[in-house]
Design a protein around this ligand. Structure first.
Ligand SMILES: Cc1cc2nc3c(=O)[nH]c(=O)nc-3n(C[C@H](O)[C@H](O)[C@H](O)COP(=O)(O)OP(=O)(O)OC[C@H]3O[C@@H](n4cnc5c(N)ncnc54)[C@H](O)[C@@H]3O)c2cc1C
Length: 436
C-alpha cells in the first residue's frame, strides 16, 4: 500500500517506522525544515548539543519511547542525570525531586501530621490505583481539595493546576489528568546524547533506511477523499493520491485541512480545548541557580511572570553548549494572551526583572542571547468524562487516519505517548489494509 504521513514528530515517525517495516511504501510530509515537531531542538554553531525549543525530558517509566530507542539500537545514547526539581513555597525553593525523602521532610516541616497523613494516603491511592475512569468523573480541584485537604491543595497542587491551565480553565480539568501524572512519572529525568533533536535525527535515519521517503519543508495544504477510494494530498508539488493517509497535526489544523470530513467529526475536532505555550530561552554567561537546581515550579500568586524556570545546564552540562548557561522561562497560556503578541524584547523586559529571585547577583549583562518560541497547541485540556470526547483514530473518510496529542488520554501529552499512539495507529492502518 502507498501510505502518506503528515508530520515528522514522534507520532508520525513512529507510525512510519512500523508501516515501512511491514512492507508498505511510506512518504512523510513535514512542514518544518527539521523533524521532531514540538520536541525539536535548535543550536548555536559552537554548541555540540542541541537544546529543545520547549523543555523536554523522559521519565524512566516511558517504556514506549525507550523501547523504540532500543529497537533502533540507540539505547546507549539515553542518559538519566539526577537534576533537582524544586518548588517555591513562602519565599524559598525546596527540593522536591524525591517522593519518599524530600517530599515528606518538606511536608512535615510545613503542615500538621493530619495533612501529611492525608497527603500520603491520597498520593498512595493515585500511585497504585488504575481506576482512572472513576477519576475522570470528578474535577481535580474537587478531588484534591476533598482528599488532600484545603491547606495542602491550596499551597501545593492548586498553583500547579492554575499555572498549567489558567484561572479560567483549572476548575474544569478532570482528576484523571492529575492521576496520570502521579501514576506514571518517575523522579529521574532522561535525555538523549546531543539532545532530543539527535534522537529524532536518529529515528528519521532509521525510518529512511527502512525505505520511507521524508520531505521536509513541505506543508500539506489540503486533504480530500477520492471518489474511487483513497485520499488525495495537496502538496506544494501538486496533488498526490494515496491508499491511506495518517495526519498527526493539531485537531484544529486537521479540521481546516480536511473540510470534507463529516460535520460531527469536524465538530468533535473543533471542540477539543487546549492551552498554548510561550517559552523564552536565554543563554547566560553564568549559572543562574546558585544551588544548581534544574526545574523551578513557580506559583503565579508569588508574582513570577512565568510558570517554570528550568536551568537546562543544571540538567546537562554546559560543556555541551560551549560553556553557555541556558535557561528556559516558560508558561502555558490561552492563545489570546498578550504574551503571544509581544515582541521578544518586550517579553524580555517582563521576564528579566524576575531573574534576581533565583540569584540576587543576576545582572542583564549576563545575557548572551535570547530565543522566543510560541506554540498555540501545547497542552490539551481534559474536562469531566473526557474519554467521550476523543476523536477516533479512524476518521469517517475511508483511508484517512488522525493521531494527535489530544488522543493519548488519559495520559498527559508526551513523546512517549506519541510513540505509543503512532505505533498503535500503524497497527490499525495495517489491519484495515489486510481486511481490504
Ligand atoms: C512546552 C512543552 C513541554 C513538553 N515537555 C515534554 C516533556 O518533557 N517530555 C515529553 O516527552 N514530552 C513533552 N512535551 C510533549 C511532546 O512535545 C508532544 O507530546 C509530542 O512531541 C507530540 O508529538 P506528535 O508527533 O503527536 O506531534 P508534533 O510533535 O506536534 O508533530 C506534528 C508535526 O506535524 C507537522 N505539521 C503540521 N502541519 C503540517 C502540514 N500541514 N504539513 C506537514 N506537516 C505538518 C508539524 O510541523 C510537526 O512536526 C512537551 C510539549 C510542550 C509544548
Amino acid at each position: 500500500m502507498n501510505i502518506a504521513i503528515i508530520g515528522a514528530g514522534a507520532a508520525g515517525l513512529s507510525a512510519a517506522y512500523d508501516l515501512v517495516g511491514l512492507g508498505h511504501q511510506v512518504t512523510i510530509y513535514e512542514a518544518a525544515p527539521h523533524t521532531g515537531g514540538l520536541a525539536a531542538g535548535f543550536k548555536e554553531p559552537y554548541w555540540d548539543w542541541t537544546m529543545e525549543k520547549f523543555y523536554h525530558h523522559w521519565f524512566q517509566s516511558d517504556k514506549d519511547v525507550l523501547g523504540l530507542i532500543d529497537e533502533i539500537g540507540a539505547r546507549d545514547k539515553v542518559l538519566f542525570p539526577r537534576p533537582y526539581t524544586v518548588i517555591y513555597y513562602q519565599g524559598q525553593f525546596y527540593p522536591f525531586d524525591h517522593m519518599y525523602t524530600n517530599m515528606p521532610l518538606f511536608l512535615l516541616r510545613h503542615f500538621n501530621p493530619l495533612d501529611v497523613a492525608r497527603f500520603g494516603l491520597a498520593g498512595a491511592y493515585l500511585k497504585f490505583s488504575s481506576n482512572w475512569k472513576a477519576l475522570e468523573q470528578v474535577t481535580a480541584d474537587e478531588w484534591l481539595n476533598r482528599r488532600m485537604g484545603k491547606r495542602v491543595y491550596e499551597s501545593m497542587w492548586k498553583p500547579l493546576l492554575v499555572g498549567k491551565f489558567g484561572e479560567e480553565n483549572y476548575r474544569d480539568v478532570n482528576m484523571a489528568w492529575f492521576w496520570a501524572r502521579l501514576h506514571s512519572r518517575t523522579t529521574r529525568l532522561g535525555t538523549f546524547v546531543g539532545g532530543f533533536q539527535a534522537f529524532f535525527d536518529t529515528l528519521a535515519a532509521a525510518v529512511q533506511l527502512r525505505g520511507a521517503t521524508l520531505h521536509l519543508s513541505t506543508a500539506v495544504r489540503e486533504i480530500t477523499p477520492k471518489e474511487s477510494g483513497g485520499i488525495t494530498l495537496h502538496t506544494p508539488q501538486g496533488a498526490i493520491d494515496y491508499d491511506a493517509v495518517l495526519s498527526t497535526t493539531s485537531p484544529r489544523l486537521m479540521a481546516r485541512l480536511t473540510p470534507a470530513l463529516p460535520p460531527d467529526y469536524l465538530a468533535q475536532l473543533n471542540a477539543l480545548k487546549s492551552m498554548g505555550a510561550v517559552v523564552m530561552v536565554l543563554s547566560l554567561k553564568q549559572q543562574l541557580s546558585e544551588k544548581g537546581y534544574y526545574w523551578h515550579n513557580l506559583p503565579k500568586e508569588a508574582g513570577f511572570p512565568f510558570l517554570a524556570m528550568c536551568e537546562h545546564t543544571n540538567f546537562v552540562s554546559p560543556e555541551h553548549f560551549g560553556g553557555d548557561h541556558l535557561i528556559y522561562c516558560g508558561d502555558y497560556l490561552a492563545t489570546d494572551h498578550e504574551f503571544f503578541n509581544l515582541t521578544q524584547d518586550e517579553l524580555l523586559d517582563r521576564f528579566a526583572p524576575a531573574l534576581p529571585r533565583f540569584n540576587p547577583n543576576f545582572d542583564r549583562s549576563w545575557i548572551k542571547n535570547v530565543w522566543l518560541f510560541r506554540e498555540t497547541y501545547a497542552q490539551p485540556i481534559p474536562p469531566i468524562n473526557h474519554s467521550q470526547n476523543i476523536p477516533d483514530i479512524r476518521t469517517p473518510l475511508k483511508g484517512l487516519y488522525f493521531a494527535s496529542m489530544s488522543q493519548v488520554y488519559p495520559w498527559d501529552r508526551g513523546t512517549n505517548y506519541a510513540v505509543e499512539l503512532g505505533r498503535r495507529t500503524a497497527r490499525i492502518i495495517a489491519g484495515d489494509v489486510n481486511q481490504g
